[in-house]
Design a protein around this ligand. Structure first.
Ligand code: GDP
Length: 347
């Protein structure tokens, strides 16, 4: 909480000063436990770094942070660009901090390395929230693979929770498989939609309806209100066609206006109902345990992949076999076996 009375400028200059300074693992952990935003940002920068010594230090920090009990809600938010994600997060975030919550906003944007800077979670998109002492906004980590980006976001969630953030909002624009990645790291998954000229279900990505715990029709204001109500009926009908969720929750369809701040509180009340419902039936904890196990398995896979790929023999043999495949000298499957045989012999 040490930073709570500071202005954003204080925080920014502190972050700049800290960037230059090497801090011990214990100092970082203590800073995070104190709710110091600059220290939290520094720890996230370490875990996002490609340097081995940085990631080792970040791992040590995360391990120590795990000792701290937390009581958070992790909410995933997706929707096409322009649907109003940042406006929604800004309004919801402000409503929550006004009630005494600490809100962290993270983003998973697999295109951020291509566009040289994230299009999500950008501070300029959430100006009011960015100035709020009880909010922490972090743009998407950049990375070459969605798996890598997602893993860093998961680790950042843990650090934010250790720093006392009890509401974690994870935003994604839904490029490629990023919705699946975010779904696998949150307790509740919210799909933001716009009402259109009738055929609301058109163009909706396969699988996204199954993942959603709720659909909120945003921009339900002015002349759009009537369209929004029609869209709600259409989505409710469509949701009925899906099999019930294992946790017994029936996905809800709501409407809201991020700009006029209507319906936002109802959505939050619904999220809380969901959490209560899932805590009662044990699914909340079970889901997090399952997510932890999946993260472990995915991380192991990624480490194995990296371990092999960085070996010189792997690179040269792979290039040789690729040429043989091109010349139809060998089948791709047998080539894969030969490559693995060669590498494992070296171990
Ligand atoms: P994002 O790309 O999904 O993050 O969308 P933004 O939050 O940047 O919003 C895109 C545009 O829609 C902006 O011009 C917003 O002002 C506008 N907008 C967002 N929410 C609402 C809303 O509830 N009602 C109306 N009328 N406009 C909105």
């Amino acid at each position: 909480m040490a930073d709570d009375n500071k202005t954003p400028l204080d925080t920014i200059s502190k972050i700049k000063a800290l960037r230059k300074k090497e801090l011990s693992t214990d100092a970082l952990v203590q800073g995070i436990f104190d709710g110091n935003k600059a220290m939290l940002a520094k720890a996230i920068t370490l875990l996002e770094s490609k340097r081995v010594d940085h990631s080792e230090k970040a791992n040590a920090v995360i391990e120590k942070c795990l000792s701290r009990p937390t009581n958070s809600i992790r909410l995933g938010i997706t929707g096409v660009p322009g649907v109003g994600k940042s406006s929604f997060i800004e309004t919801l975030g402000k409503t929550l901090t006004d009630k005494g919550n600490k809100v962290a906003v993270l983003a998973v944007d697999p295109t951020s390395s291509l566009s040289k800077g994230s299009i999500l979670g950008d501070k300029t998109r959430m100006e009011t929230l960015a100035k709020d002492p009880n909010a922490f906004i972090r743009p998407s980590p950049s990375g070459t693979s969605l798996g890598g980006v997602a893993q860093k976001t998961r680790e950042s969630i843990m650090l934010c929770e250790a720093a006392g953030y009890n509401v974690i909002l994870v935003e994604t624009v839904g490029v490629g498989q990023s919705e699946i990645a975010v779904h696998s790291m949150v307790d509740f998954f919210l799909l933001l939609k716009l009402s259109g000229a009738g055929d609301e279900l058109q163009g909706i990505k396969r699988g996204i309806m199954e993942m959603a715990d709720a659909i909120a029709i945003n921009k339900a204001d002015g002349s759009n209100l009537e369209h929004a109500e029609l869209a709600m009926t259409e989505f409710s009908r469509a949701l009925h066609l899906y099999p019930p969720k294992v946790n017994g929750w029936t996905p809800k369809v709501m409407k809201c206006s991020a700009v006029e701040n209507t319906g936002i509180k109802d959505i939050w009340d619904m999220v809380q109902d969901f959490v209560e419902h899932n805590k009662e039936n044990g699914f909340f904890e079970k889901n997090r345990q399952q997510q932890n196990k999946n993260w472990f398995l995915q991380t192991v896979d990624e480490c194995i992949r990296q371990f092999f790929h960085q070996k010189e023999t792997f690179k040269t043999e792979q290039a040789k076999l690729l040429a043989e495949i091109e010349e139809h000298k060998i089948s791709p499957f047998y080539a894969a076996k030969l490559l693995l045989d060669k590498i494992t012999k070296e171990l």
